[in-house]
Write a protein that binds this ligand. Sequence first.
Ligand SMILES: *Cc1c(COP(=O)(O)O)cnc(C)c1O
Length: 362
Amino acid sequence: MSAPSFFAREEHPALVPASERGALLANPGFGKVFTDHMVTIRYTEGQGWHDAKITPRAPLVLDPATAVLHYAQEIFEGLKAYRLPDGGAALFRADANARRFRESARRMAMAELPEELFLQSCRELVAVDREWIPEAEGGALYLRPFMFASEVFLGVKPASEYLYMVIASSVGAYFKTPTGVSIWISEDYTRAAPGGTGAAKCGGNYASSLVAQQEAIREGCDQVVFLDAVERKWVEELGGMNVFFVFEDGSIQTPPLGGTILPGITRESIMLLAREEGLTVREEPYSIDQWEADVASGRLREAFACGTAAVVTPIGRVRGCNRDFRIGNGGIGVATDRIKARLVDIQRGVAPDPHGWMERLF
Ligand SMILES: *Cc1c(COP(=O)(O)O)cnc(C)c1O
């Protein structure tokens, strides 16, 4: 694996000094502290993948006619490298991100990066920027692989050139509040329609979700939750997180994938861990009316959102035009807490990893 690297390495002329880095890592927040390096790999039709490099992190220079700036052919991933108790580091399920990145590329008619290149690019960036992995509980090095149409052309067609990159950000907790988040039911906007790009991790999905997120904030909520685009009644997911419901009989439920929901790796991991614990796990549609009724009757006990960035976050309150209901005491419930601990303990390397989800890097 550490055979001659495919990646050319450009020496950094001026790394961030250790004292400055230490200050940044003390309270990194989310997505604003970046490491010293970045990965770039180019794709050119007829030539394939070439010019793989690890270089000092620096701004890009783009021609104003670069295709992505006009037609949004862009995809991304998000995964974390965790500090292990012995000082080493490991990636969590990076192979699943590599596969999903290829599937997103296919949906957006982009060149598909070989999974091994994706993995190698992540491994090498973590290795070169290893000092940037926070040690504090809840901290991690968040990797952001992404790819965009870099061809300079205004014609509407799949580009013949792409730039793949990986940058890394030292992160702490995603949400500042330790308690449950409040979510706003979007009635005017949908996130994804059948046949659309809801299952692809592309920037365009986020661009179209922002006006709904803005509405949620205006209404005093933390996040938006989207309903299906056809019947406008089935709960799908948040802007960037999947959703789970916990019932009084101990079973859990999450909306089924089917093209309009992003197949979250956290979602899949939670389903597997819950089934191993003997819980009943359903992937079935759940309507907003039923959610409200089940909260009123006591059948629904907890709800939570999940994703790489925020891990597991309890949903404390749900609001919409004609709705407003609280879940439990508004904080984290016992089942949510347990599921979160099961996952986080594996990721932090303090619990056994029977599925081989963690890949130790050093
Ligand atoms: C990335 C993402 C998720 C969560 O996926 P994970 O693999 O668990 O990080 C959920 N929904 C959307 C829309 C996303 O983009």
